[in-house]
Design a protein around this ligand. Sequence first.
Ligand code: SF4
Ligand code: SF4
Length: 665
Amino acid sequence: MAISSLVFLAVVLGATGLFAYKASILFRLAKATKGPVWSGNRMDRLAERVETFFTNVLFQKAVLKKKKAGLMHVAIFWGFMIITIETMELFAYELFPGFSLSFIGESAYATLRLIQELFTLLVLSGVGYAFYRRLVLRPEGLGKSTDAIIILSLTSGLMLALLAMRSFHILAEPNDNNAVMFASMWISGIWQSLGVTPEVASTMAAGFRWFHHLLVLGFMVYIPSSKHLHVLTAAPNTFFRKLETPKGMRKVNLEAEDATSFGAGKISDLSWKDTLDLYACTECGRCQDACPAWNTQKPLSPKALVHDLKDSLYENKLALLSGKTDEVKPILGSKITDDVIWACTSCRACESACPVFIEQTDKIYEIRRNMVLMESRFPAELQTVFKNIENNFSPWAMSPDERDKWTEGLEVRTMAQIAASGEQVEYLFWVGCAGSFDDRSKKVSKALVSILKKSGIKFAILGKEEKCTGDPARRAGNEYLAQTLIQENVNVLNNYGVKKVVTACPHCFNALKNEWKDFGIELEVIHHTQLIAELIRSGKIKPTKAVDEKVTYHDSCYIGRWNNEYNAPRTILASVPQLKVNEIEQNKSNGMCCGAGGSRMWMEEHIGTRINVKRTEQLLEAKAGVVAANCPFCITMLTDGIKTKELTDKVRVMDVAEIVDQATV
Ligand code: SF4
Ligand code: SF4
């Protein structure tokens, strides 16, 4: 082997060894985390996983949700894939002088050269736009990143080195087939006009080839400690993603005998999948741009959270690698503060926006669980809520005996009455705490009862036997209280043999549909908008009365992003005579939370603009007289937002059920 080949081999082996060492530390750190992986098995449904891998990794579907930045990424991604063939060819040439891929045939080789030339230019234009975005446009979500500048400089350096190498090579070894490398040919012409001789060109080509080799190897060594780690981790993270919209919180085994800690207090309490999430972050800032907390000046940025958790992982490297998890420092500290964790509304806008399927929300809620269950550390106002739930079985300070008071004069029967009469009903109407105790929401309960009666559907309520679903306690980290309530409710439902449930509350809907199966009951749960849409479709109710209003629709997070239902409410509104629907830009999966989710309904909003006011401002852009909603908490928050904007005489918030009740006889 020639000396130069031996030197090259030594350099390659050295760089590969360094890369392997750094990668092995990342792998061992991921292995050292011991927490449970949420949403269970990440190796199931292989066909779907392979499909999502191809669509999102190779065809970059999620990345392309943002057009300009997406196209830039596609150019760089595919450019790198194609140019890697040339890089490998050059490596082989260095080890075995004279090697080339020309054995594939003259025209195939010329085509390959042409494609590589085109992709080199494509990568350069992608990198150019990336520089322009970072240095001139400077979108807030991207932030300042020296790492990104280094990576972009390395990438453009690689492409320029290739063009330089090719151009000198063309001059050193003229060949008719070189014409396909049109840009390199053109540069070659410049060298020629400057009087560069073939001998000098040959030396320069070799020099740039070596420069390219060193850049490639340097890049490889740099990757594990840079944000560009995502080139290795985004693909597996996409493969192991949750395959559906997130549908529930993990049940904590509170009786586990070996459990010394619940939730995530330290980075070691997270799982290997969380660690992979941290490695996969591209720092694109899309999650931050979508986050209602961040957009209203709260200290929570899902991007920063992921970054800070990654820092925590690295800071605890020695303790983690030596298995001394008792020496791992708490997650909460100067960067991830209590205010960061409690600012989250559980809207999952961050996850919906993330191009590499990072699961930010579960991490926040596991941290909350640890704070509440292990340290009794939570905002003061939650104390009252927990007490009310314990004593009154609802977050409201109202007697449980008043739970069914709203039915007075409506002739709504309870499951107990139905059971006593030996009759059967098709649906249990799960009213929920808001629908039972909140004056505004009671009107929605009444509208739904009216619709159910008009349609002839047999239904009943639990009345005083219904208790809070535990959702507010669960999202506030009080898993113990939540589980107590869930189990009591499940026992009542099982006692009556309930199978089908309709509810007007998205939070109740999500809990019953997606979380209670962990507590021993399988229910067919339908949101009232889904049921009403079906009743209209089947002709059981007919919206025949005109409602001459302009309406805009607000998607609740727990029906939209959590359960992927965007059509049913829109189908309903479209069926109401004379009702005009004006959609705003921030709708469906891009909709903004009202600010009440994640138990934020029960907490004060001390910092920044109020989320409900910001969301109201967006909805007001539709210039509609009615904001249609499907959730009692959204209705409360948006009504309050409209009051703040002093527009109560011009705009009102209505549940979709109220509109339909008005439109039907
Ligand atoms: S769930 Fe919503 S509020 Fe929480 S971090 Fe994500 S985007 Fe922000
Ligand atoms: S978490 Fe996802 S969306 Fe947020 S910065 Fe990282 S890659 Fe981008």
